[in-house]
Design a protein around this ligand. Structure first.
Ligand code: GRF
Length: 205
């Protein structure tokens, strides 16, 4: 069974949707831990209520916290197969990327490679999309490399925004797409149906 670590910084609605799919046995996986740099984020409550161990990250050494340099060791100790970044705002340390090549995925609330990169998170993304006058937006799940929002794209879901009147409306529509796309990708990953061939990511039926 796929052993998953979920990283979050915020409310954790994607964590909730992934957990829901696992609990309904739609995905053969177990969430072994929630890892967060924000001890007061909503996702922590969800994890605690569901008996999922929570690990807190801190830049400085602090009682009860893991530092970023301890992260790779922690993930290995827990036997993690797949790291899911679901609204995690910090950069994943390079050594973790090296040790978990093609085993870290991120969900981004726009159609990469547009509207990504450092500082492009949350409403910043949706405002930029709105201001661009684009007619579609969507969600992207991609492998994580050492550059923000840069790794190989695994799957995307396109959302029609031609009639929206605000960035908030885009955010709402995209979030609904995210809640389907992330469990879909984790399911495919758990079935070994995501392969990389000639530098491209292929999802098998
Ligand atoms: C999502 O929009 C995700 O794409 C982005 O951060 C947001 C997290 O939302 N990376 P939530 O915490 O899962 O509700």
């Amino acid at each position: 069974m796929l052993r998953v670590a979920v990283f979050v910084s915020g409310r954790g609605s994607n964590f909730v949707s992934l957990l829901g799919s696992i609990e309904k046995n739609e995905i053969s996986a177990v969430i072994k831990c929630l890892i967060t740099d924000n001890s007061s984020c909503g996702a922590v409550d969800t994890a605690v209520q569901n008996g999922i161990p929570v690990y807190f990250l801190s830049r400085a050494e602090r009682e009860g916290y893991y530092t970023y340099s301890q992260l790779s060791g922690l993930l290995s100790e827990l036997g993690i197969d797949l790291v899911v970044l679901a609204g995690f705002l910090k950069k994943v340390p390079d050594d973790v990327v090296d040790n978990f090549t093609d085993r870290i995925i991120n969900i981004h609330p726009a159609l990469l490679p547009a509207f990504g990169g450092c500082g492009m998170y949350g409403m910043n993304v949706h405002r930029a999309v709105y201001n661009s006058t684009a007619k579609v937006s969507g969600a992207t799940v991609h492998f994580v490399d050492k550059i923000y929002d840069n790794g190989k794209i695994i799957a995307q879901s396109v959302v029609d925004i031609s009639d929206v009147k605000s960035p908030e409306e885009i955010a709402g529509r995209v979030l609904m797409a995210e809640h389907k796309l992330l469990p879909y990708v984790v399911k495919k990953y758990s079935e070994n149906k995501i392969i990389i061939r000639d530098g491209r990511v292929i999802i098998l039926e």
